[in-house]
Design a protein around this ligand. Structure first.
Ligand code: KIV
Ligand code: ZN
Length: 508
């Protein structure tokens, strides 16, 4: 069976989803879980893009062992030097350098000729090779590039030392058969192709990213670039879990497999969803809430008689827990820590203490504590951002015969500010008061509210998306009181915007 390398770009391309940006600590949590999942490569970021990206790549390189850590770099000296610097502590480090190869990008974006692109690509690979023996070259917008030129640049970068050559469908334009033919063409036409691994990186603009990736594997690609839950730029990237499970479920068809520990898939999906705030749709293949639920009577009847009538994969294979009831009032710190570890969270002592305190408080409010409650409570701890605004007190009155009114008291630096406002509902009144105190210019793009588990005592989770001057952030808040959760989410987003004002924007 052929072995297909999984190059996970959740922390780089995935993070490019609007509002999905992660801080260094959050990235470390995801990276640890990706290591447990046993992916081959973790693309940890784009070091030259921002100090935060640099730090994330450096810290992940320092800590994660047994997995190759990649850093992205344009075909420019400074980018490559920054990537090399950030990757220095890595056990196995890869510099991933790229330049566009399609005429449309050359003419309008780069304003250079094909010869100049070729020269820059070869120089970048040589430069990267001076730092590491593991160099990947990507021909951005490969699927809209001239085929002969793509063959030529592939041959030249391999000669210059590229050990992996990636063929991205940057704009998600390719159709499976056509993409398969392109990979086949490269395999047949590039004389030194056997000296590098051919990789594919498909975007999902037409909903074909996974289909394109699988077709490429059939035609000889040895690496796929993908993200957890398919998150990524615009419509996202190919979903890792779908590619891995397609290969695993249809071994005779593909005659190829990965080293992914599939039992870790569900946990990884939940962790990424919690940390990025990118909700997984219920009907999402493999990891959606309904992916293994049988609703129709005929299906249920068949399934109960013999699972294989309607089930092509076992939920256990992707790590979907059989029993979700875990802890309660009498659970100790050790059991709590252990459960967290199983859920993919490894917290520092300080984070653990705070999370355990919140867990105990929740036990007083709620009889049964489910995995989802724990994830929500802990992900808030993990996602902590410096608090410019902190909620000190919230009082709300609403009902059928009173105008909803909220009094909010915030700590703003060393001042305490209070304000009372009215609104269409208690959330609106609370948000009006917060907006007045913070004098925010941001615009509320989305407000999502959900109950984490069943029951009227359930934890409520609120996710708000704010936009200010072209920057989008997501804020989260959870509480058994949904208005408090809404206030926390709004403040979390405002704190993120404040944080972003201090950090220079990514300069891609
Ligand atoms: O989509 C793309 O082309 C990319 C490259 C940088 C690999 O993300
Ligand atoms: Zn991409």
């Amino acid at each position: 069976m052929r072995y297909i390398r999984i190059f996970d770009t959740t922390l780089r391309d995935g993070e490019q989803s609007p509002g999905a940006s992660m801080n260094v600590e959050e990235k470390l949590h995801v990276a640890r879980q990706l290591a447990r999942l046993n992916v081959d490569v973790i693309e940890a970021g784009f070091p030259v893009a921002s100090p935060g990206d640099f730090e994330a790549v450096r810290r992940i390189s320092e800590e994660i062992r047994g997995v190759t850590i990649a850093g992205l770099a344009r075909a420019k000296d400074l980018d490559i030097e920054r990537a090399a610097e950030a990757l220095k502590p890595a056990e196995m480090g890869r510099i991933h350098t790229f330049i566009a190869t399609s005429d449309i990008h050359l003419r309008y974006k780069l304003r250079i000729t094909r010869e100049e692109v070729l020269e820059a690509a070869v120089a970048a690979v040589r430069k990267a090779r001076s730092f590491t023996g593991d160099v990947e070259f990507s021909a951005e917008d490969a699927t809209r590039s001239d085929r002969d030129f793509l063959c030529r640049i592939t041959e030249e970068v391999i000669k210059a030392g590229a050990t992996t050559v990636n063929i991205p469908d940057t704009v998600g334009y390719a159709i499976p058969q056509e993409f398969g033919e392109l990979i086949e063409h490269l395999m047949n036409r590039v004389p030194n192709i056997d000296r590098a691994v051919i990789s594919v990186h498909c975007h999902n603009d037409l909903g074909l990213a996974v289909a394109n990736s699988l077709t490429a594997i059939m035609k000889g690609a040895g690496q796929v670039e993908c993200t957890i839950n398919g998150i990524g730029e615009r419509a996202g990237n190919a979903a890792m879990e779908e590619i891995v499970m397609s290969l695993k479920t249809r071994p005779r068809f593909f005659d190829a497999d990965t080293r992914v520990v599939t039992e870790e898939i569900y946990k990884t999906s939940r962790l990424v969803s919690k940390i990025t705030g990118m909700v997984v749709q219920p009907n999402k293949a493999i990891v959606g809430a309904n992916a293994f639920a049988h609703e129709a009577g005929i299906h249920q009847d068949g399934f109960l008689k013999e699972r294989s009538t309607y089930e092509i994969m076992r939920p256990e294979t992707v790590g979907i827990p059989q029993s979700k009831l875990v802890l309660g009032k009498h659970s100790g710190r050790h059991a709590f820590k252990e459960r967290l570890r199983e859920l993919g969270y490894e917290l520092s002592e300080e984070e653990l203490n705070k999370a355990f305190e919140r867990f105990k408080r929740l036990c007083d409010q709620k009889k049964y504590i489910f995995d989802e409650d724990i994830e929500t409570l802990v992900s808030e701890e993990v996602k902590k951002v410096p608090e410019v605004y902190r909620l000190e007190e919230l009082r709300v009155s609403s009902g059928t015969s009173v105008r909803p009114t909220a009094s909010v008291r915030l700590r703003v630096g060393d001042r305490v500010v209070e304000r009372t406002e009215q609104g269409d509902g208690p959330v609106d009144a609370t948000y009006c008061a917060i907006a007045k105190i913070t004098e925010t210019k941001s615009h509320l793009e989305r407000f999502e509210i959900k109950s984490i588990t069943g029951g009227t005592d359930a934890l409520g989770e609120v996710i708000v998306t704010l936009e200010e001057d072209g920057r989008t952030v997501r804020g989260y808040g959870s509480d058994t009181d949904i208005i408090v959760a809404a206030a926390k989410a709004y403040l979390n987003a405002l704190n993120k915007l404040e944080g972003k004002k201090r950090v220079p924007e990514k300069g891609i």
